[in-house]
Design a protein around this ligand. Structure first.
Ligand code: MLT
Length: 208
């Protein structure tokens, strides 16, 4: 546990020098320990960098403010994405790790999508579990060949598939290598997410 850039975070070194680090981004009400077991499962031996979201909604940590469920405070999305990107840059230098692949769930997947659109240089790729478009206008950005996995739940009541489809299209339009998979489940994570993400990491998560 540390506080680089005043983000409370968990870091573990991992033991496998060839695997890309993962930036773990939890969902609403989670914290820096939430996705650590998932990170270890999908990328054994990878360094794990896991910040806690700094926005509180009724005491529940998040990565940016929302005005209502599914209605985002877009100025806050911008500001918080910049703040998180600065944290990632500083933490990579401090822990001597390469740029990470984001592994985000729900609100964490949405801030990861915002990082891709606003500060793409800080991420080597992303696994977005239950993500939607975080900004109504997607800025022009160069995502050429950045690998991105999006896993959506077909019956997700919080993240309608249409939002995930729009996100996949926007990222693809900027040159990213997007794989968008739709699972026969809802908002909760399942074994299918683990299997999918692990196979994707084996294909895209090597350093060289
Ligand atoms: C968000 O606010 O980012 C999404 O609605 C998902 C969530 O509830 O965390």
């Amino acid at each position: 546990m540390g506080a680089t850039s005043s983000f409370i975070h968990h870091f573990e070194k991992g033991g496998e020098p060839d695997v890309r680090p993962l930036l773990l981004l939890h969902g609403t009400g989670g914290d820096e320990s939430d996705l650590v077991p998932l990170g270890r499962m999908i990328a054994p031996g990878a360094p794990l960098l896991s910040p806690r979201g700094r926005v509180l909604e009724n005491g529940m940590p998040r990565f940016f403010r929302r005005l209502a469920e599914g209605v985002f405070d877009e100025q806050d999305v911008h500001d918080r994405a910049q703040e998180l990107a600065d944290f990632v840059v500083q933490a990579c230098a401090r822990y001597a790790i390469s740029s990470p692949i984001a592994l985000g769930y729900s609100n964490g997947a949405n801030i990861a999508a915002a990082l891709l659109l606003l500060r793409p240089e800080v991420l080597a790729g992303a696994i977005l579990l239950r993500a939607t478009v975080p900004l109504s206008q997607t800025p022009p950005v160069d995502l050429t060949d950045k690998p991105i996995l999006i896993a959506s739940g077909v019956s997700d009541p919080m993240i309608p598939l249409e939002g995930a489809n729009r996100l996949a299209a926007a990222l693809q339009q900027q040159g990213a290598l997007v794989e968008h998979r739709t699972l026969p489940i809802g908002h909760q994570l399942s074994q299918a997410d683990v299997t999918l993400a692990r196979a994707w990491m084996q294909a895209h998560g090597r350093l060289n």
